[in-house]
Design a protein around this ligand. Structure first.
Ligand code: MOS
Length: 740
């Protein structure tokens, strides 16, 4: 059951339209609609705001601005938690970034709200802002803190000395652009207030954080807020926390005493949801002639925002990847007057592995060594910075299997030496690594009177397949067929979890569910062995308890779970399973825990026009035990496609005069379409990491994107002999360098 490529259990609901997403939950009654008005300056303050014309427009019920003082800006908590801490919106006249909300127009219909939003009149005092990363790069400062509480800086040995005397060196800066999480379901909310409890339907990756944030922002007790998020149309980090749409809907609902719906427009998603910061990453690799690394340096300089301390962990990416005795990795921020940065799928590793993995390819080229052999030569035995052993690492196997399956032998070490008609053909590869995280989780499993099982958690399914893997794990642990397990998620009334994010959701929730099922088995056995009417009466569970086909057995004696429940627990039976915070789990101190992979890509580049077509991509992953081969493969392939996107398409264009992103829709912010995605496959090694959890599983939601863009970049180099270090690699950057 565990691992089987079972179709999503919620698939029928999704394809028949009965799966309800936040914005379409009508069980609350007739709602009002809110439209957010955004600031049209990048930095400054509102000097005058008039809602008179908007208020006179048809259907308008209320226009809310900062002057209404509907809630007091909360005092910043001593311990800022990125997703739980208050999220004040429209609390003052200050405009912190372009598009920041200045008004919420609430009307009877969406059209009326949108129309009236255009009638709100705002005057501003503009202050010169800092918008341009390159212009202010000399102000880069060492990060105070880095995402996931990772160290801002690590030092081993003497990087400068070893690099200076290394016989072969790579010393390059790679640029990566602003990128955006763009889930199909835009950030939206319907809030209703019954005078006692605020019920909030919102698409969020972490229900409990949403609940705490809403309560903290509005100055309510968390028990007064219920958050429901049963179906979510993608998150990619952008729904780890709720944003202006949810806070404003909640405020309006409480104020007007009627349900209020607010959704960001697609253009607003680019403004009001955090972005992946643009980065300028400096990589220094020093090696001996045989390819042994002696120096490994990585400085990640990135956009930060005035008043916010988010720095993604890009320079963390290589800390566990390659051995080298002299190392220096640092994160630096450049404070700009832009919307703050936030987690975008595989924060850190996705951009961070581009300079490292392209840098390793540059080094292999310098040395005349195959890039796979260079990596294997520098494969560490223990973590090169902390010296702890790896929990379970099969990266070399990923390289070898991938090379074999992909036909790597056809690759030419000398670039621009393979050609098919007008196409220059290139092969590239790159390594993938992504940390495996764990967070405090509780899952309850209840056996109903009829013996069927219900899994309950505030865990979310953001499209990844959580409902399905939880059903599989509980079914296996109870010896049930899949249809006797029901999974209910995404409600703050259910036991608390850290939700979906950081590739931790699957392992946290299934491990807790598995433990809950074992606790249920113990309770069943304890009851049955004491019950003279049970076939298990008097038996010792130490003989070994087994479950199969709805029966629970000790030795050759068995009884159905349904019968035990009916007799001993007529009102049902519930047990909980928990997972600890990783900080309290000794395995996290004793081992380096990550998921790994190797990407292989073949690209064709038109020798005349520099058009780049990805022809094939194959990646091999080592993520511990796979919980569902179909949903896992889908996650991995999705990540790989995002890697292609990062290499060739995505590019948030900032107008540095005004601090505004100009390409705020799918027509201009390019992502791959089907025609851009070739033959693509992901292979998962049959591994099991016993240090991760008793299921042996590790996170895989993000490792697919890690390094994927670098493999494409390396293939472009192998095809053309041109190294573009400014991502994405577009025709206009490549063409001038193609020899004609
Ligand atoms: Mo992820 S970027 O933590 O959803």
């Amino acid at each position: 059951m565990i691992g089987a490529p079972i179709n999503r259990v919620d698939g029928p609901q999704k394809v028949t339209g009965t799966a309800e997403y936040a914005y379409e939950d009508w069980s609350v009654g007739q709602p009002l609609y809110g439209a957010i008005v955004g600031a049209s300056i990048g930095h400054g303050r509102i000097t005058a705001i008039s809602a008179t014309r908007a208020e006179q427009a048809p259907g308008v019920r209320r226009v809310i601005t900062h002057r209404d003082n509907l809630y007091r800006p909360p005092v910043p908590p001593p311990q800022f938690d990125r997703y739980r801490s208050p999220y004040p919106v429209m609390t003052s006249a200050e405009v912190p970034f372009f598009g920041a909300p200045v008004a919420l127009v609430v009307a009877s219909t969406l059209e009326q709200a949108r129309f009236a939003a255009g009638l709100v009149q705002v005057e501003y005092e503009r202050i010169d802002g800092r918008y341009d990363l390159d212009a202010h790069a000399s102000d880069a400062r060492l990060a105070k803190r880095v995402n996931a509480e990772l160290p801002a800086e690590t030092k081993v040995g003497d990087l400068a000395g070893a690099f200076a005397s290394a016989p072969v060196k790579i010393d390059q800066v790679y640029a990566t652009p602003y990128e955006f999480s763009l889930p199909l379901e835009m950030h939206s909310c319907i809030a209703s207030w019954d005078g006692r409890v605020l019920t909030v339907h919102t698409g969020t990756q972490i229900v409990d954080s949403a609940r705490l944030r809403i309560a903290a922002t509005l100055g309510m007790d968390p028990s007064q807020v219920r958050v429901i998020s049963r179906f979510i149309g993608g998150g990619f980090g952008s729904k780890l926390g709720v944003h202006a749409e949810t806070i404003l809907a909640a405020i309006a609902a409480r104020e007007l005493g009627q349900p209020v719906k607010v959704s960001l427009t697609r253009q607003q998603v680019f403004q009001l949801v955090g972005n992946r910061p643009a980065e300028r990453q400096h990589v220094r690799l020093g090696a001996n002639r045989d390819g042994t690394l002696v120096a490994f340096g990585h400085d990640a300089v990135m956009k930060a925002s005035v008043g916010d301390d988010y720095i993604e962990q890009s320079a963390h990416s290589g800390r566990a990847l390659y051995a080298a005795p002299n190392r220096l990795t640092r994160h630096l921020g450049v404070d700009l007057n832009l919307m703050f940065s936030e987690d975008v799928r595989a924060p850190g590793e996705a951009p961070g592995l581009i300079p490292i993995e392209c840098g390793m390819d540059e080094l292999a080229h310098e040395l005349g060594i195959d890039p796979i052999e260079l990596r294997i030569k520098n494969e560490p035995k223990v973590h090169p910075e902390t010296n702890v052993p790896y929990s379970d690492r099969h990266l070399v196997e990923c390289y070898r299997i991938g090379a074999e399956r992909f036909g790597w032998a056809r690759r030419q070490q000398t670039p621009r030496s393979l050609r098919e008609g007008k196409w220059l053909v290139g092969y590239g590869m790159a390594a993938a690594i992504r940390g495996h995280f764990q967070g405090p989780t509780t899952v309850a499993v209840r056996l109903e009177r009829d013996g069927s099982a219900v899994v309950l958690s505030d865990m979310t399914d953001i499209g990844t397949g959580t409902y399905t893997i939880l059903a599989q794990v509980a079914a296996q642990a109870l010896g049930y067929p899949l249809h006797r397990v029901r999974v209910e998620l995404g409600d703050s009334e259910f036991p608390t979890s850290p939700g979906s994010g950081g590739s931790w959701g699957a392992c946290n929730s299934t491990t807790a569910a598995y433990r809950a099922c074992l606790a249920l088995r113990d309770k069943l056995v304890a009851a049955a062995t004491k019950d003279p009417t049970s076939p298990l009466h008097g038996l010792d569970p130490k003989e070994g308890v087994e479950v199969a086909d709805g029966f629970i057995a000790i030795g050759s004696a068995s009884e159905t779970i349904t019968d035990i429940v009916a007799r001993s627990f007529p009102s049902g039976l519930q047990a909980e399973g928990t997972v600890k915070n990783m900080m309290e789990d000794p395995n996290y101190a004793a081992y380096s825990l990550s998921s790994y992979g190797a990407h292989f890509a073949e690209v064709h580049v038109d020798a005349t026009t520099a058009e780049i077509r990805v022809r094939r991509m194959l990646s091999v992953f080592d993520c511990g035990r796979v919980l569902n081969a179909k949903t896992a493969r889908s996650q991995l392939i999705g990540g790989m496609i995002w890697g292609i996107s990062a290499a060739l398409h995505e590019d948030g264009a900032l107008d540095v005069r005004y601090g505004s992103f100009v390409n705020r829709d799918f027509a201009q912010y390019l992502v791959p379409v089907h025609a851009d995605i070739p033959e693509i496959d992901a292979i998962m090694l049959d591994s099991f990491d016993p240090k991760a959890n008793e299921l042996g599983a590790k996170g895989l939601g993000e490792v697919g994107i890690c390094g994927a863009g670098a493999a494409i970049g390396n293939a472009v180099f192998n095809a053309t002999g041109v190294r573009v270090r400014d991502f994405p690699i577009t025709v206009e950057k490549l063409l001038p360098h193609l020899p004609h």
